[in-house]
Design a protein around this ligand. Sequence first.
Ligand SMILES: [Zn+2]
Length: 160
Amino acid sequence: MRLVGREKVDKTKRFYSFKYKDSHMLIYKEVDISVAHRILDYNGECENVHGHAVKVQVWLSGEIIEKGGLLVDFKDIKDIIEDLDHSIVLKRGDPLVDCIDTKKVVMDGEPTCENISKLIYKRLDCLKEKNPSLKVEKVRVWENPRSYAEFYEEENAKYL
Ligand SMILES: [Zn+2]
């Protein structure tokens, strides 16, 4: 993203807008999925396997280079996120990994809302193969309607 100038800062709306070159875009996608998990290193209910109706919100920016004037196909974003749908997300080394014969995603670190947002961020990064200018700005994962975690690279913080 090439920032060419700050237009305005409205802190009451927590909204920052910038001028971009014509070919630079920011796109947004929202996908609802169901995910099961458990937190191994946790003393409480979350150490048990349980599920969440998860809302995933993602922001990506870059230059329009694809046919049809796309930054990237929304369907490609959806497919990457839906790869986790109706799966159980487990920490590598969790004894359940070898016991459960169902759709599962194994990740480094505890499968918390925070780490799942980071996982999705990294997976979306592969879309750069289709558009090298693409940048994943932010991934927000809602564990429930009142709680979310979001992941973004520190260099993006000034745009958020
Ligand atoms: Zn949970």
